[in-house]
Write a protein of this length. Sequence first.
Length: 96
Amino acid sequence: MDTPSTRADRIEAALRAAFAPLRLEVVDESHRHAGHAGARAGGQTHYAVLLVSDSFAGQSRVARHRRVNAALAAEFETGLHALTLTLRTPGEHSAA
């Protein structure tokens, strides 16, 4: 299997493997953070993620964030600086 070429592709692949999401959106928002801490020329440092998964049932917001951060540890080690996370169960998502 080929390694995904962009950070967004790698984030998506890692989250699909870890959470079997019913819905997943990964948006590179690096351009909005130019000049801020952690921003790099060329971007790929700041992302917004919407992840809807049954695996979040019964978990607190903090526990969900910790699980996503753990799944993306390799990306944080190689330049990912920040995530805006929206993590929901299917029921929470349909009610939103």
